[in-house]
Design a protein around this ligand. Sequence first.
Ligand code: NZQ
Ligand code: ZN
Length: 385
Amino acid sequence: MNNFHFVNPTKILFGQGQLANLAQEIPSGAKVLVLYGGGSVQKTGLLDAVKQALKSHAVGEFGGIEPNPTYETLMKAVALIRQDGYDFLLAVGGGSVIDGTKFVAAAVPFTQGDPWDLLAKHLPVTTALPFGTVLTLPATGSEMNSGAVVTRREIKAKLAFGSPALFPKFSVLDPVYTYTLPAKQVGNGVVDAFVHIMEQYLTSPAEAKVQDRFAEGLLLTLIEDGPRALADGTNYAVRANLMWTATLALNGLIGTGVPQDWSTHMVGHEITVLYGLDHAQTLAIVLPSMLDAMKAEKHDKLLQYGERVWGIRSGTPEERMAEAIAQTRSFFEAMQVPTRFSSYGLGKEVVDPILANLESHKMVKLGEGGRVTPDVVRRVLGASL
Ligand code: NZQ
Ligand code: ZN
């Protein structure tokens, strides 16, 4: 196990009816801006419930944050906050709304130039407006981590950034708010969380038994309850388990002291910004082929994963690794997230533009060993058509 420091200051208010505790988590004199997406929280009545819960605070709202939040839209929120003096933010929605709120929280106090440079030039985020979240889609883990991904459409860039200053102060996780999710987003959420775990687990052995068992436990929960969530939209126990699994998949805990990959995610971001696929759809396409391309480096963990998660114990090591990858692909398909470019109407024309974008974002040595080079990515994309 490698040395590590671990801190996560986000307070989690988990379970049915936790919105009743929202007001006490925000300073009484705060001027609160509620940020949300394209309207699902209005349709479901959650926005009204949030405003009711905050009736003793000064509250404003900013809607319209799109999936894969854009710099262009978020800078409008920055202008509104600077103009009207909001000093506490509340994100109500999925990962796009929460990530967008993190960018806004960092951008408002950033006066040394274009806030986009926080991403493009990796400038440090030393201070940020305080914010909390009310999560409506279990997927990203953004509700309990300090990272965010923002898109700048005009330059076709989707980049990540992070800072200890960007942990939410608190997050309300009420599984009932996920009942309104369309099947497509239930599938996306399960696949995204699954791949988060794989990026931190399916690497090279690190004698990290606790992290491995935690990761395997989270994967088994997704495999058991993912299909149940598609079959039954209002099973509280199933939704509660998926919600807590997705949060624990990327709050830093299972990534402590172990090597991390993230090559599938970096390739995925380029596919989303170039071709508009949902985040999880890109991961479902790339991961199975990436595991196959990197099976020599990932040999031991692939066999452990196959045995402990899928019960694969017979056959040659080659056969067992191939079976583990095949089971992974079938699971994504069973969650209604197709794993081939052709299923999204795309073909071999995507390969060069994706490689060019990776090159321009200096993402040419990816993965836990830096061995995911443009040649490897070309092979991976070619095997995913
Ligand atoms: O915009 P609204 O109208 O709210 O509708 C959303 C959106 O259209 C809808 N939705 C959300 N909750 C709902 C609902 N519809 C009905 N009922 C509900 N309860 O679902 C759609 C997708 O929402 P979005 O927030 O985009 O999805 P997700 O949570 O998957 O977030 C994806 C974004 O997070 C980034 C991705 O790159 C992408 O931009 N990620 C953030 C990470 C992080 N901060 O750590 C890590 C991830 O790897 C990922 O990169
Ligand atoms: Zn992800």
